[in-house]
Design a protein around this ligand. Structure first.
Ligand SMILES: *Cc1c(COP(=O)(O)O)cnc(C)c1O
Length: 423
């Protein structure tokens, strides 16, 4: 077989890009060599529709062991009693949950995308907003914190079947207990999508969603530092409250409904190579090394936020409890789009992001979102965060000074060379 040099050259090019820059995209991370090895393994050849011990294909003895280990390790990591590790992504995990527990046309209540929520929490361009009837809560304009009055008002008025908490660009911890009280008051199920902070949650650095939420979903590739993918978990199994019954008229347990929401509901064969890689990442996340790592992620974010504030930047909600923050650039007279482009030229990778109550379109946006998960994987510590903020500030204060930006880029390139991906 002829080697596909075209693709491998591009992979090498992307490898250099990843190594020579400062990666601040909050949803990205660098996985370990063994996670990558499993994800690129021969497990990709295997069809295994169904669950361990209950497959629709022969020859599944070995992948059954792998998937069982992934499930057991994940349950241990989060203190869950049930888990499904097959969702191909975070969006797929949410699709599976919604397909399983609610019906087309049912009302859902989620966090506004424009305030930091995720597409799959009811956006009109997403399945969740097309199939279900979405309502939203947001943050308060003055504080940048969850607008509880709005959560309560929307829940009481609309009586949604499903309430979703969790976000893609919210830097504060979540009060799951309060969400549960509201959900119970209106008879809604409560889903926490902890895709972003799941690594911090796993090691007890943030509130535990499984204590109060009926169902919890997360991606595996953000702070959790595993392969691209999703999972669904519960701490306590229970009967489906909306009375959907089996053909024989029996109420089904939520675990079995969620399993069928994944397969055959929204997916075919699971990606066993990715499930193998997930199992490895979960074991890594249980280690002391990961504990040190994830504590550093949180410390680095706090230092970065404080330094930005010191330099006159407005951080939504005034700081961060997790690995990310949303920077409102309106006071600096630079749009998110301009900042993203200028920082990109200096090899500082960020994404433009709408800020709550933004007056710009999503393509321009008034802010940027930054996170510390990826650079902490490269060994960056507090002093490095301060240096990054200095560079960010210099670039943003000189967006049209090509020379200055080129000089910063050169400095960054030499600097990050000293930080190997995995020591
Ligand atoms: C990233 C994210 C997802 C989607 O994950 P994909 O793997 O990109 O599909 C879902 N929900 C939240 C809150 C996220 O941040």
């Amino acid at each position: 077989m002829q080697r596909d040099y075209k693709i491998f050259e591009l992979i090498a090019k992307e490898n250099s890009r990843q190594l020579q820059g400062i990666e601040l995209i909050a949803s990205e991370n660098f996985v370990s060599p063994q996670v990558m090895e499993a994800a690129g393994s021969i497990l990709t050849n295997k069809y295994a529709e169904g669950l361990p011990g209950k497959r629709y294909y022969g020859g599944c003895e070995v992948v059954d062991e792998i998937e069982t280990l992934a499930i057991e390790r994940l349950k241990q990591l989060f203190g869950a009693t049930w888990a499904n590790v097959q969702p191909h992504s975070g969006a797929q995990a949410n699709a599976a949950v919604m397909l399983a527990v609610i019906q087309p046309g049912d009302k859902i209540l989620g966090f506004n995308l424009a305030h930091g929520g995720h597409l799959t929490h009811g956006s009109p361009v997403n399945f969740s907003g097309k199939i279900y009837r979405p309502y939203f809560y947001g943050v308060e304009e003055e504080t940048g914190l969850i607008n509880w009055a709005q959560v309560e008002e929307q829940a009481l008025k609309e009586k949604p079947k499903l309430i979703i908490c969790g976000a893609s660009a919210y830097s504060r911890d979540w009060d799951y207990k309060r969400f549960r009280e509201i959900a119970d008051e209106v008879g809604a199920l409560l889903l926490a999508d902890v895709s972003h902070p799941s690594g911090l949650i796993a090691r007890g650095l943030l509130n535990d969603p499984l204590e109060y939420c009926h169902i919890v979903t997360t991606t595996t590739h953000k702070t959790l530092r595993g392969p691209r993918g999703g999972v669904i978990m519960m701490r306590d199994d229970f009967e489906n409250p909306f009375g959907l019954t089996t053909p024989k008229g029996k109420l089904r347990m939520m675990s079995s409904i969620l399993d069928s929401g994944v397969f055959p509901g929204t997916q075919g064969g699971p990606l066993e190579h990715v499930i193998g890689a997930k199992a490895i990442a979960f074991e890594e996340a249980l280690s002391d090394d990961y504990m040190t790592y994830i504590m550093q992620v949180k410390k680095n974010a706090a230092v970065m936020a404080n330094k930005l504030i010191e330099k006159g930047y407005h951080i939504i909600s005034g700081g961060t409890d997790n690995h990310l923050m949303l920077i409102d650039l309106r006071s600096k007279g630079v749009s998110g789009k301009e900042a993203e482009a200028a920082l990109g030229k200096a090899e500082i990778t960020v994404n433009k992001n709408m800020v709550p109550f933004d007056n710009q379109s999503p393509f321009i946006a008034s802010g940027i979102r930054v996170g510390t998960a990826a650079m902490t994987s490269r060994g960056f510590e507090e002093t490095d965060m301060i240096r990054i903020v200095d560079y960010i500030d210099e670039v943003i204060s000189n967006t049209s000074n090509e020379q200055k930006i080129a000089a910063i880029k050169a400095e960054i390139k030499t600097w990050v060379c000293d930080y190997p991906l995995f020591k």
